[in-house]
Structures are given as structure tokens and as C-alpha cells.
Ligand binder design. Structure first.
Ligand code: NAD
Length: 356
């Protein structure tokens, strides 16, 4: 199992260091893991004047899976768009064809009070958002600016999905639903957008391949409302890049801190890039305050989806549950007024829980 490790910027190196401790324990138990580290994002720019240095991309291409911390920081904000840190991640997604973004939103009972919603609305919440990642209005051409007939400048983008792109992400959604409670909700805006009308037709057409999955459709504005009204009605949500971007951030707040949530971005062969959903948190970087659990849980997802080692994934997730039950909290999930344990103390506790 070759893992490319890309710590990135800000808290990235701190949280990745804790995930590497977990990998070290697994390696000690005989799990055949090799790791190699490379710079990305601002760190890529600092070392090679590019957010995605060619050597980093080559490492990612030859690895079986990629573990990423986070990228970005105020010192890079003034760079031209092509050199900005996030181009490193966008570049890897594009180059490796990582079209399927899986974002689970799972509420640990111990953290029910961290949610912005009432505990009874979120208790037991366990949903998965499957977001398409390489198409839609973020990549559709043409895009840009033009001067209209009235001499006014306009900005424009193109929302665009092909049948093939819709079918391959829908299949990921159906397959995920088969492994869970067999309920799939496809989210679109078919009352307004032609792209969404095609989306709905393609998804509906595939339902016959999955007779055991109960397929429903929902408009994105209603889905945004239902997620905060009654989030437990959902099992798996499948949606496009733009709607998924917004809904998955909304869902992350249902379960408390973004410091808890992992993600996977997969290609057609389940090779994947695994990363916490949060950013590089420059406000707390270098202070040993960051929560490493989202990164450690991303590692668990890697074992489940790419390495097909659900046993290892389950053990890592159980170790995380154990430290939460023990009462360990970093600042982001601590009760208000409490300082919380350090990044390393949290990582060490997960390692100890894994070993006993
Ligand atoms: P952010 O997710 O970095 O931080 C938002 C807030 O959450 C901050 O207060 C931060 O301290 C806190 N936070 C985030 N992760 C945490 C953790 N693990 N433990 C404890 N607290 C945590 O979002 P932002 O502030 O909007 O962006 C900061 C930088 O990160 C920007 O440069 C942005 O472009 C970048 N970013 C990168 C990614 C990525 O690498 N995938 C994603 C989002 C933002």
C-alpha cells in the first residue's frame, strides 16, 4: 500500500503528523504500508514556485492513495490564480480523474451538544453526501467576461454535465446506498435548469439496475431546508459539484466541528485522495490546537475504500470513539470556556486506544 503524503500548509503538517503515528502502529502490526512525502499548495510554491510541483504530481500518480492535510494561507492570497495553493488540489483532482467526492456526516453521540441544532434533531445522524467533483459550472466552458451590447461588462459561467458524467457519479451513489440503508436522494434543480432535467432523466433511468434502492429526487433549495429541518430523513445524497459543495458544508455543521469530518475523492478504480474537509486554519497554525481527528478518520476511509480493509478502518474509527468517550476534546469540540487538549495529545490518545 503506497501512500503519497501531502501535508500542505497551516495546520496541515500538524494534523498529518498525528495520522502518520496511526499508520506507524498499523505498520508495526504488519500492515504493509509505504509512505512518501511531498509539498503541495503554498508549500509547493515555496519549494518549487508551483502549487502542484511535477514531482508531487508524479508521486501522487504512482501511489495507491493520497493523504492530504490542507492548503492555503494569507501569505499566498495575492498570488495570481494559477499559482494559488488551491490550484494544487484542483490540479490533482483533474489529473487523477477523482470525480467522486464522498463526505460522510456522522454524529458521534459524545458530541451531540456541539451541533448547532437541537440534540433530538441530530441524535443518531449518519448520512453520506456523494458530490460530483470534476464537472459542472466549476469547469464548464465557455466562461469569463465580455462586454454586452449596452457596453456593460458581464461575467458568465457554463453549467454543463454529459450523460456519462451523470451516470458514473449516480452509480457511485447507488452503490453507496446498497452498502447502507438503501435510500438514495438525488438533488437537482430540474424545475429551472436544463442540466438538471438531463441529470434527473439519467439517474431515474439507472434505478432499474438497483431495484433494492429507494430512489427519490429533491430540488436543491428544498434539500438545503430539509437538511436543517429533518436531516435524519436522508441516507445517501447524490448531487452535482455546485450543489454538493454547498450542501456538504451545511451538513458538516449538523455534526459539530469541521475538525471531525473526513472525505474521500475517488476515481473509477477507487484510487483516492483522502483529506479532512476543513482548510489550513491559519488562525491556529503552529499552536498545537488543531483537531487531528478528521485527518485520522480520512485515513480510516482510505482503508475502507481504496485498500478494502474495512477491518482496519473499523479499528481506527473505534479508537476515535474511545478517546471521545474518554472525554478528550480539542478546543473546537470542547465545552465553551474549556481549553482542550493539544493536537499531539489527541493523536497519542488515538494511538493508545488502537494499541489496547
Ligand atoms: P478553515 O477550515 O481553515 O477554518 C475555519 C475555522 O475552523 C477556523 O476558525 C479554524 O481555526 C477552524 N478549524 C478548521 N480546522 C480545524 C481543526 N482541524 N481543528 C480546530 N479548528 C479548526 O477555513 P478558512 O479559514 O475559510 O480558510 C483558511 C485557509 O484554508 C484559506 O487559505 C482557504 O483557502 C484554505 N482552505 C483549504 C481547504 C483545503 O485544503 N481543502 C479547504 C478550505 C479552505
Amino acid at each position: 500500500m503506497k501512500i503519497a503524503v501531502l501535508p500542505g500548509d497551516g495546520i496541515g503538517p500538524e494534523i498529518v503528523a498525528e495520522a502518520l503515528k496511526v499508520l506507524e502502529v498499523l505498520r508495526g502490526e504488519g500492515v504493509a504500508i509505504e509512505t512518501e512525502t511531498a509539498p503541495i499548495g503554498g508549500a509547493g510554491y515555496d519549494t518549487a514556485r508551483q502549487p502542484l510541483p511535477p514531482a508531487t504530481l508524479a508521486l501522487a500518480q504512482k501511489a495507491d492513495a493520497i493523504l492530504l492535510g490542507a492548503v492555503g494561507g494569507p501569505q499566498y492570497d495575492a498570488l495570481p490564480r494559477a499559482l494559488r495553493p488551491e490550484q494544487g488540489i484542483l490540479g490533482i483532482r483533474k489529473a487523477l480523474g477523482l470525480f467522486a467526492n464522498l463526505r460522510p456526516a456522522f454524529l458521534y453521540p459524545e458530541l451531540a451538544d456541539s451541533s448547532s441544532l437541537k440534540p433530538e434533531i441530530v441524535a443518531g445522524l449518519d448520512l453520506l453526501i456523494v458530490r460530483e467533483l470534476t464537472g459542472d459550472i466549476y469547469f464548464g466552458q465557455p466562461r469569463g467576461r465580455r462586454v454586452n451590447a449596452g457596453g456593460e461588462t458581464e461575467g458568465f459561467d457554463t453549467m454543463l454535465y454529459s450523460e456519462r458524467e451523470i451516470a458514473r457519479i449516480a452509480r457511485v451513489g447507488f452503490e453507496a446506498a446498497m452498502k447502507r440503508s438503501r435510500r438514495l436522494c438525488s438533488v437537482d434543480k430540474a424545475n429551472v435548469l436544463d442540466t438538471s432535467i438531463l441529470w434527473r432523466e439519467v439517474v431515474t433511468g439507472m434505478a432499474a439496475d438497483y431495484p433494492e434502492v429507494a430512489l427519490t429526487h429533491m430540488y436543491v433549495d428544498n434539500a438545503a431546508m430539509q437538511l436543517v429541518r429533518n436531516p435524519k430523513q436522508f441516507d445517501v445524497i447524490v448531487t452535482g459539484n455546485l450543489f454538493g459543495d454547498i450542501l456538504s458544508d451545511e451538513a458538516s455543521m449538523l455534526v459539530g466541528s469541521i475538525g471531525m469530518l473526513p472525505s474521500a475523492s475517488l476515481d473509477a478504480a477507487n484510487k483516492g485522495l483522502y483529506e479532512p474537509i476543513h482548510g489550513s486554519a491559519p488562525d491556529i497554525a503552529g499552536q498545537r490546537k488543531a483537531n487531528p481527528l478528521a485527518t485520522i478518520l480520512s485515513l480510516a476511509m482510505m482503508f475502507r475504500h481504496t485498500f478494502e480493509r474495512a477491518d482496519v478502518a473499523g479499528r481506527v474509527e473505534q479508537a476515535v470513539r474511545k478517546v471521545l468517550r474518554q472525554g478528550l476534546r480539542t478546543g473546537d469540540i470542547a465545552a465553551s470556556g474549556q481549553a482542550g487538549v493539544s493536537t499531539n495529545a489527541m493523536g497519542d490518545a488515538v494511538v493508545a486506544a488502537l494499541q489496547h
